[in-house]
Design a binder for this molecule. Structure first.
Ligand code: ATP
Length: 275
C-alpha cells in the first residue's frame, strides 16, 4: 500500500461576482507516493500545484475524489482527528521570512510542535538540540530569533520544525524558490540526507524542473489542473513525452554553456514545429 493515494481529486473555488459559478482548478488528479519516496510536482504558475498540497494538508476541501494516507481517507478529517494526522504529515512553505514567528526564539518555534504532541518541556529542549544538529545549525541557535538568520538558515529551521513530530510525509511547497542557487543546492542536499536517515517521503512542489530533477524519484507534471505526464524523474526531466513538459524543460535554466547552446537549438526546433 502506498503512503499517500490521491484519487480523482477535484477542487473548486467560488467564482467572483454575483451569481458567479464555482471555478474548478483541479479536474480529477490521480497520484501516489510510496514510503520514503519523493514525488516532484511541477507545472507553471496557476496550474494547481499548491492546491494539491493544501488539499493533502486539509487546508482546502475537495469537491470530489479521495485522499488516503496509510489507507485511511483523510480529506474529511476535522478537529482532533486532523490534529492527530499533523504528527504524520507536515509542511515546509516557500517563504522562510514569513513562515517563522518573528517574536519566538528558534528553541520555542521547534519545541512548540513537540509540546503540542505531548512532550515534557525538558524532553522537548533536548530534542530541539538534536533537531538543530540534524539540520546543520549551531546549538546556540536555540536562544536566538529568526531575524538573526539568513534565508537558507531559516529554511533549515522550518525543516527542523517539520521534522519535530517525526512525520512520514512532508509537503514541501517551493521550499528553495526564495533562496540563491548555491543555498538551494545545500538545502536540497539536506532534504535528501534527512530522507536517507529517517525514511520520510516528500511531496515536492516546484515550478523549476531542474530543482525537481535534483531531488525526486518520480515526477508528475501538472497543466491547468490536469496531470499530463508522470514517470521516473530521470526520464521525465530528460526525455519528456508531453509537449508541455518539453516546453518546461526547454525553459529551465542551465549553467553549462554547451547545454545552453543545445537547448537554444532544441527550443528553436520545438517552436518551429509548433507554430
Ligand atoms: N483560495 C483560493 N480562492 C480562489 N482561487 C484560488 C484559491 N487558491 C488558488 N486559487 C486558484 O487556483 C488556481 C491554482 O492555484 P495554485 O496556487 O494551486 O497554483 P500553483 O500551480 O501552485 O501556482 P504558483 O506556482 O503560482 O503558486 C489558480 O487559478 C488560483 O488563482
Amino acid at each position: 500500500m502506498s503512503l499517500l493515494e490521491i484519487e480523482a481529486l477535484r477542487v473548486s473555488f467560488p467564482g467572483k461576482g454575483f451569481r458567479a459559478r464555482p471555478h474548478e482548478v483541479l479536474h480529477g488528479i490521480d497520484l501516489e507516493i510510496g514510503h520514503g519516496e519523493t514525488l516532484g510536482l511541477v507545472g507553471e504558475s496557476g496550474s494547481g500545484k499548491t492546491t494539491i498540497g493544501r488539499a493533502v494538508l486539509g487546508l482546502v476541501k475537495p469537491s470530489g475524489g479521495a485522499i488516503r494516507f496509510a489507507g485511511q481517507e483523510i480529506s474529511g478529517l476535522r478537529g482532533k482527528a486532523r490534529r492527530g494526522l499533523a504528527s504524520h504529515v507536515q509542511v515546509v512553505f516557500q517563504d522562510p521570512y514569513t513562515s517563522l514567528n518573528p517574536s519566538m526564539t528558534i528553541g520555542d518555534i521547534l519545541a512548540e510542535p513537540l509540546v503540542v504532541h505531548g512532550a515534557s518541556a525538558r524532553d522537548a529542549r533536548s530534542r530541539v538540540r538534536t533537531l538543530l544538529d540534524h539540520v546543520g545549525l549551531p546549538s546556540d541557535a536555540i536562544d536566538r530569533l529568526p531575524r538573526e538568520f539568513s534565508g537558507g538558515q531559516r529554511q533549515r529551521v522550518a525543516i527542523a520544525r517539520a521534522l519535530a513530530p517525526g512525520p512520514k510525509l512532508i509537503v514541501c511547497d517551493e521550499p528553495v524558490s526564495a533562496l540563491d542557487l548555491s543555498t538551494q543546492a545545500r538545502v536540497l542536499d539536506l532534504l535528501v540526507d534527512i530522507q536517507r536517515e529517517t525514511g520520510v517521503a516528500y511531496l515536492f512542489v516546484s515550478h523549476d524542473l531542474a530543482v525537481v530533477r535534483h531531488i525526486s524519484h518520480r515526477v508528475a507534471v501538472l497543466y491547468r489542473g490536469d496531470l499530463v505526464e508522470t514517470g521516473d524523474a530521470a526520464t521525465v526531466t530528460s526525455t519528456p513525452e508531453h509537449p508541455y513538459t518539453q516546453r518546461l524543460l526547454l525553459a529551465a535554466p542551465v549553467a553549462d554553456p554547451a547545454t545552453q547552446r543545445a537547448r537554444r537549438e532544441q527550443r528553436k526546433q520545438f517552436l518551429a514545429s509548433t507554430t
